[in-house]
Ligand binder design. Structure first.
Ligand code: DON
Length: 305
């Protein structure tokens, strides 16, 4: 496996040149577009790694899975899905268009930016400080690393260039879809997106979801079975935004991407995978990461969709 992963990274690295690093968040623009790494966690509880597997990067949209899991566990599925939909969208992850055009003005799913903002607003904490503390503590459990921290330069960079997310949040509040202190909420959102991980933590998260919510090492139940299944279903249909359909056809595994270049994938009952490659396609998904997943899926017969 180790050998296969090293070979896959070497084979796929050239694909990175067809993408570009996220430039709308200046701190992300500093990344090296040729980086590519992968970690795999199997049922033998062994991590296998290839390439830049241990290079730290920010979770970005992958963090939406953490706060969504927290919201479903604390509030229940029914409550959460009264406020956000569960359907894929053909629009970009930060699009504002449908929010105004379609009634009720409810984000189409919890993995687009508008949906993630509503999810954070539902969490039962009194202010941003306690909200991000809860998200970080859950991130620690679901990522198998209790030392998860916010990368301050990315957080500041994102906060300083946040016009689009601010527009989404203020619009949502104006139509009654989001309540509370918008500034405080945005602050939590930027911090959760800036949580620093490596592909190893993503492989752990993938395996927790693959095992229907069980910690792969301790055997402890971290999430209800139903919560893990909801997350996998949303990953399969909405995890790569308007690229989700093509990814399902090419790779066939539930996954979630982030503009930091990470992708987490969960092969039910079998495997958790984390990939990292900061060169993105036009939809915000890692080109090298998707290539590694496509080859790994084909060679390991991992397709479930
Ligand atoms: O809010 C944003 O635009 C970023 N912090 C996260 C977007 C993202 O990761 C979309 N993923 N592919």
């Amino acid at each position: 496996m180790q050998e296969l992963l090293c070979r896959l990274v070497a084979e796929c690295r050239d694909e990175c040149s067809s993408g570009g690093v996220a430039s709308y968040i200046p701190e992300l623009a500093k990344a090296d577009p040729r980086m590519l790494g992968v970690s795999v966690l199997t049922t033998e509880r062994t991590f296998f790694q290839g390439g830049d597997a241990s290079f730290p990067f920010t979770m970005q949209s992958i963090s939406k899975l953490i706060s969504l899991a927290l919201a479903i566990e604390e509030l229940g599925e029914d409550h959460v899905f009264e406020r956000v939909g569960m359907d894929p969208t053909a629009d970009p992850f930060n699009s504002i268009m449908r929010l105004e055009m379609v009634r009720p003005h409810r984000p189409q799913n919890p993995l687009i930016n508008a949906g993630a903002l509503v999810i954070l607003s539902l969490l039962p904490y009194r202010d941003g400080k306690t909200r991000i503390a809860a998200v970080l503590s859950w991130a620690g459990r679901l990522l198998g690393n209790n030392a998860i921290a916010v990368h301050e330069p990315t957080y500041v960079s994102e906060k300083n260039t946040s016009d689009r997310n601010r527009s989404l949040a203020f619009f949502l509040r104006s139509v009654g879809s989001l309540k509370g202190d918008v500034e405080d909420l945005l602050d939590t959102y930027f911090r959760q997106c800036s949580m620093l991980v490596t592909t190893k933590e993503l492989a752990f998260l993938g395996m927790v979801l693959a095992l229907d919510g069980i910690d792969p090492f301790s055997g402890e139940r971290l999430l209800r079975r139903s919560t893990a299944r909801v997350l996998r279903a949303l990953m399969a249909t909405c995890g790569l935004y308007d690229g989700s359909g093509e990814f399902a056809v090419r790779v066939g595994i539930p996954a979630k991407s982030g503009v930091g270049g990470g992708i987490v994938a969960a092969v039910p009952g079998r495997m958790g995978i984390g990939v990292f490659g900061p060169a993105l396609d036009g939809k915000g998904n890692s080109v090298g990461g998707m290539a590694v997943l496509e080859h790994l899926s084909a060679r390991g017969n991992l397709r479930v969709l």
